[in-house]
Write a new protein. Sequence first.
Length: 69
Amino acid sequence: MKFKELEIVRTLIDFPEHGIKKNEVGTVVHIFHVPCEAYEIEFINNDGSTKAEFAILPEHIELVWSPQC
């Protein structure tokens, strides 16, 4: 599935090196096409600060909400 910037996604696996667990929700902030399709996802804390931000392959996330819905 192709994702768009500002869509809300959920992780399908743990990312322990970033402190992110399966089912955590984040926002697509950038799309990469080279060298392969990937998405920069920002995860935030309850206070609004960034918890983690890193690139994830599309098979490791699923769509939760889209502003185009």
